[in-house]
Design a protein around this ligand. Structure first.
Ligand SMILES: N[C@@H](CCC(=O)N[C@@H](CS)C(=O)NCC(=O)O)C(=O)O
Length: 222
């Protein structure tokens, strides 16, 4: 039996989408975030870091979304429904699979943190300092690194339907979450191909099924 350990509004929605796309049976074990948005301690009983997603396939326990998606493809996708066929697309596929968590997500997590810090309880005279500091780091460190990444995604999608070619793959599933998070941080209507990608994701029949099954979907709001 496959069990998806799912934390509300988290990256684990991607795994539900992949499981639906592969037509696999699975159960969902749900976890709620605490008041600081952290996962509950009970998730540490499933995997040492206590982060979502975690997949349990008949006792094989896997963490890290990218590793889980690769495992699912290796074990259950002989027909290459979610993987590219050509060697060229395979190279892009690998790139986007790693770019998602390795390059894009860290900057988006920083953006989320810098937007939240000034809203935390603190002495009134500290708040403008916290706001100014967070704003400066966002402006001088995060944005100059984030902007070229957004442009790269936009440019790639201006040349092809999906990130690794003309067919949807797990690279698109893996990238869907940061791109949705991006849409909350920047005005994506300035990026028509990113907007189109988001629409394709939302219209995908297996994404819709996963959303119906999982419930609360989408990155954590700031
Ligand atoms: N790179 C990991 C990130 C895992 C991760 O940070 N998950 C978040 C949910 S989106 C989490 O569990 N946060 C709760 C916490 O850190 O306590 C992956 O892709 O699986």
């Amino acid at each position: 039996m496959i069990t998806l350990h799912h934390l509300e509004n988290s990256r684990s929605q991607r795994i539900a989408w992949a499981l639906e796309s592969l037509g696999l049976e699975y159960e969902i074990k749900r976890y709620k975030r605490d008041s600081s948005s952290a996962a509950p301690e009970s998730l540490k009983k499933v995997h040492a870091l206590g982060k979502a997603p975690v997949l349990d396939d008949d006792g094989i326990v896997i963490a890290e979304s990218g590793a889980i998606l690769e495992y699912l493809c290796d074990r259950y996708d002989d027909e290459k429904r979610l993987r590219p066929v050509s060697a060229e697309d395979m190279l892009s596929y690998r790139y986007w699979m790693h770019f998602s968590e390795g390059s894009l997500m860290p900057l988006l997590v920083m953006t989320l943190i810098f937007s939240k810090v000034p809203k935390q309880p603190m002495p009134f005279f500290v708040r403008p300092i916290a706001k100014g500091l967070c704003g400066k780091i966002q402006e001088n460190f995060v944005n100059p690194r984030l902007q070229p990444m957004i442009e790269l995604v936009e440019d790639t999608l201006s040349q092809q339907t999906w990130l690794a070619g003309e067919r949807m793959t797990t690279a698109d599933i893996q990238m869907s979450f940061p791109v949705q998070a991006l849409a909350r941080a920047v005005e994506v209507d300035k990026f028509p191909n990113i907007q189109r990608f988001l629409n394709q994701v939302e219209d995908n029949e297996f994404y819709i099924k996963a959303k119906e099954r999982v419930g609360a979907f989408g990155p954590l709001a700031s």
